[in-house]
Design a binder for this molecule. Structure first.
Ligand code: ADP
Ligand code: MG
Ligand code: MG
Length: 892
């Protein structure tokens, strides 16, 4: 095995072996771009080191060989006293990872060679500045000394010299600083700063290796599902110096605007500085365009290189560069991160430039980005500019929310009931805040990160959330929020929070609907040109996706209004119409009567009253989905949900009894509530069990569906109803319902003299159903995987409880990176879906297969359903574009 590659030996496709940084340094080297020479130690070497705790002997020799070659090429030796070769030691895994050790610059400087560097460069200040940087970075990242100790000392020296920035420090100041830094090292580690250059280098390499297993890096990998055994590469790169005076500098650049996707000159430049200064924000950078004035030759060359890179990578690239006394050097490139809007625009621009094809364009965007573009946002033209920002936190769940500040859940609920919009502000949230979070427009916390309770739950609810706004002080006692500059938001004051940027504003910032939603809604819009361009891009990408996708996309919708919106968003039918919503409101009383019925006659009467109401709902629904399939699920929830709350009712009856005027109906209700009370209602009398136990209930629903379909037919419509039975566990249940259904349907068909073409299928939401899918398919025209319930039943997770109680802990421990209710658990729940699909199709090759439930609109899950071979996914109307896009991406 070869452990070390010269930059000229690698290429961009070797990321596994050379890491992202190393592979791209090699690629640039081979493109003939000016990259300082160097070599990369492979991830294999890292793995060998981590396994045995020792660097393999072969590695040491190989490094020596490559170092010797480098020294020969540069005509100086590492740390050579009179003219030192200096290098940087840079980590670079396949995926960039927070918590990994980053980079040590200026390796090779020592008490002796610092004089050599000064003499060679003719710049004493520069030499000492480089040395103090080495000790600082080495001390912090390799020796594990708290970085504050160095930066505080630096600040002390600066203020003693009345220096505004570190450029104002003289050579003598820096010499003094080096002495102080060295003292810190001795004090903290019990030994002197290593003077042997090779030792410096080896220690730095080893520190990079070790950082692979640092706790933060491990946690990050667990959450992101990055395997732990990839290892990191290490790049040894000869130093070039941006801190050699005003004709030197360092910068970052993008080949296009990563915010908008626009082509142009984007980036920042800092004169007389070394790389890390730009990121650290110690001094103010100038816009990259200004480099044209400062150093035209380097600027022109950089523009040329950026074009080369973009054509070569066929994508937006970001770049790190350094100019050393008028000579340009490339230090890093990679395909750059971008905003959602930029992703769509860049993808279509690249198609127009002929750099990529449509299939590739689909891979350059994703459903998460599309979802981001669909949130309403603060109006960047009118309002946001003058908005009064008071703080800043983590953008935990996107959207723009405006409301009155409240500091506890009780107030949130109370105020929202009286029609106020509120923002719930807490130090951090816990399960007791759940109802308050539901009632609020948005949630703001001052503590906690992306996996905090507030963040996880808000994302699950689709609520805007900013968390961890640490500079804001939440005072729950005094019910106010204090900004760092001492301003105060009292309870009831309006605040605006931006879950896409993390910004917090005092007062109301105007919200505008997303232009992308306006487009999907088919509303014309008079937006700015920039929005038009984005809408154009989305339009084109959606067209590509629709052209290639195999999965059809349906909506979960219970009423004509949702159905109509779903259709505008591109739904190809309804995959789940829940009928329980049709029993609420005024109709609840009819359901009560049905439940209370003692005699056949009473029951018949209650059902008879419900029938025309149901039928009316279905007529509307079939009309809005005319010509497209509509899957109607028969009644599913436990009956107690339609009855009054047991405690409330008991109290009412007890009070009435004490006054001796107990009402007959209440007494009967209470009996029924007691009779129906279950310890575990979700595992109790619900779904198909209801249909089999309460005579006439399912028959009524089936009749309503059949009659509605017949009415639509008579009116010239094209209804395509599918009847779906929930919570089936065994084929016997299905057989009984089917028998009953067929009788009703035949009767209706004969009476109206039409063929209704109704089909009957089952949900697969119990493990037993999935395991006996071959049998169920004998009796079902279709399966619809109810993956919400299937996840609950497979994991024994109560969705209503676990997400708010211990999921945050699970996420923090990295047991899963994402809730299994959000993205399908492929190995467990998904395996059942796969085997049930196969078993069902083995019995009945034309069995139609779909999925309803939140997973139907989740990008990763959609890919899984495509791969398993389902016919369609069904999701909430708002997620339909996301599902269409992801279905296209899965097929492309
Ligand atoms: P990161 O991954 O944190 O960006 P890098 O390895 O890219 O870490 O290095 C940090 C900074 O140091 C960057 O600005 C980079 O350009 C600069 N840098 C790295 N190696 C050298 C070098 N050999 N000469 C000059 N600057 C360098
Ligand atoms: Mg970098
Ligand atoms: Mg269910």
């Amino acid at each position: 095995r070869k452990f070390v590659y010269d930059f000229s030996e690698g290429n961009k496709d070797l990321k596994d072996l050379l890491g992202g940084k190393g592979a791209n340094l090699a690629e640039m080297t081979n493109l003939g771009l000016p990259v300082p020479p160097g070599f990369t130690i492979t991830t294999e070497a890292c793995k060998a080191y981590l396994e045995s705790g020792e660097a393999p002997a072969a590695l040491r020799d190989e490094v020596s060989g490559h170092l010797a070659a480098l020294e020969e090429r540069m005509a100086k030796k590492l740390g050579q006293a009179d003219d030192p070769l200096l290098v940087s030691v840079r980590s670079g895994a396949k995926f960039s990872m927070p918590g990994m050790m980053d980079t040590v610059l200026n390796i090779g400087l020592s008490d002796e060679s610092v004089h050599g560097l000064a003499a060679q460069s003719g710049d004493e200040r520069f030499a000492w500045d480089s040395y103090r940087r080495l000790i600082q970075m080495f001390g912090d990242t390799v020796l594990g000394i708290d970085g504050e100790r160095f930066s505080e000392t630096l600040d002390e020296v600066k203020s003693a010299r009345a220096a505004v920035t570190d450029v104002d420090l003289t050579a003598d100041d820096l010499k003094e600083l080096v002495q102080k830094f060295k003292a810190i090292v001795s004090e903290e580690t019990g030994r002197d700063f290593p003077q042997d250059p090779r030792e410096q280098m080896d220690l730095a390499v080893r520190a990079v290796f070790d950082s692979w297993n640092g706790s933060r890096a491990r946690l990050y990998r667990r959450q992101e599902r990055i395997p732990h055994d990839l290892g990191t590469a290490v790049n040894i790169c000869s130093m070039v110096f941006g801190n050699l005076g005003p004709d030197s500098g360092t910068g970052v650049a993008f080949t296009r605007d990563p915010a908008s996707g626009q082509q142009g000159v984007y980036g920042d430049y800092l004169q007389n500085a070394q790389g890390e200064d730009v990121v650290a924000g110690i001094r103010n950078t100038v816009p990259l365009a200004d480099l044209e004035q400062l150093d035209k030759a380097s600027y022109d060359q950089l523009m040329q290189i950026m074009e080369t890179l973009e054509n070569h990578y066929r994508d937006l690239c970001d770049i790190e560069f350094t100019i050393e006394r008028g000579k340009l050097w490339m230090l890093q490139t990679r395909v750059g991160k971008r905003t959602a809007a930029a992703a769509f625009r860049i993808a279509t621009q690249l198609v127009d430039q002929g750099l990529i094809d449509e299939a590739e364009a689909l891979q350059r965007v994703n459903g998460t980005q599309l979802a981001q573009l669909m949130f309403p946002r603060f109006d960047s033209n009118g309002g946001l500019k003058g908005a009064d920002q008071i703080g800043w936190g983590i953008a935990a769940s996107p959207g723009a929310a405006v409301g009155k500040a409240v500091f506890d859940s009780y107030t949130a609920i109370k105020w929202s009931r009286s029609g106020e919009k509120v923002i719930l502000i807490r130090r951090e949230t816990n399960p007791d805040d759940l109802d308050g979070m539901l009632a609020a427009e948005g949630i703001l916390t001052s503590r906690g990160g992306k996996t905090s309770h507030a963040a996880v739950v808000a994302r699950g609810m689709g609520k805007t959330c900013v968390c961890g706004a640490e500079e804001l002080e939440v005072d729950t006692k005094r019910r106010c929020l204090k900004s760092q500059d001492g301003r105060i938001v009292e309870e009831g004051d309006v605040v605006s929070i931006d879950g896409s940027t993390g910004k917090v504003y005092a007062g109301e910032v105007p919200v505008v609907p997303s232009p992308v939603v306006e487009y999907f809604e088919g509303r014309t819009h008079a937006g700015a040109d920039e929005a038009d361009e984005l809408v154009q891009a989305v339009h084109r990408i959606m067209a590509y996706a629709d052209r290639v996708r195999r999965l059809r996309v349906r909506a979960n919708a219970d009423n004509a209004e949702d159905a109509a919106r779903a259709r505008r968003f591109g739904a190809q039918g309804i995959g789940l119409c829940r009928t329980e919503h049709m029993f609420l409101g005024e109709r609840r009383e009819l359901v009560e009567r049905l439940i209370l019925a003692d005699t056949e006659e009473e029951r018949e009467r209650a059902l008879g009253a419900l029938l025309p109401l149901q039928q009316g709902d279905f007529v509307e629904l079939f009309e809005s989905m005319d010509g497209l399939p509509v899957t109607v699920r028969l009644l599913d929830p436990p009956l107690h949900e339609f009855l009054p709350d047991i405690t409330e009712l008991s109290v009412r009856v007890a009070l009435a009894e004490s006054r001796k005027d107990a009402n007959e109906n209440d007494l009967r209700l209470l009996q029924a509530v007691h009779r129906l009370h279950e310890q575990n209602p979700m595992l109790g009398l619900r779904g198909v069990r209801l249909g089999l136990v309460i005579p006439g209930l399912f028959t009524m629903q089936i009749r309503a569906i059949a009659e509605a379909a017949a009415a639509r037919k008579a009116g010239g419509g094209d209804p395509r109803a599918e009847i779906m039975i929930p919570l089936v566990g065994t084929v016997q249940e299905l057989e009984l319902v089917r028998e009953e259904a067929e009788q009703v349907i035949t009767e209706v068909e004969q009476r109206h003299n039409v063929e209704l073409g109704l089909t009957l299928g089952t949900m697969i939401e119990l493990p037993r159903a999935a395991l006996t899918a071959d049998q169920l398919a004998e009796c079902a025209d279709f399966f619809s995987f109810g993956t919400n319930d299937l996840t609950q039943t497979v994991w024994a997770f109560s969705r209503d409880d676990v997400e708010a109680s211990f999921f945050t802990a699970y996420l923090e421990k990295g047991i899963f990176g994402v809730s299994p209710f959000e993205t399908i658990d492929k190995d467990g729940v998904g395996a059942l879906v796969r085997s049930a699909a196969e078993a069902g199709r083995a019995t009945r090759p034309d069995l139609k297969l779909g999925v309803c439930g939140e997973h139907g609109g989740d990008p990763e899950s959609v890919h899984f359903f495509h791969e398993v071979g389902l016919d369609y996914v069904s999701c909430s109307p708002f997620r339909i574009p996301v599902a269409r896009l992801e279905a296209g991406r899965a097929a492309a």
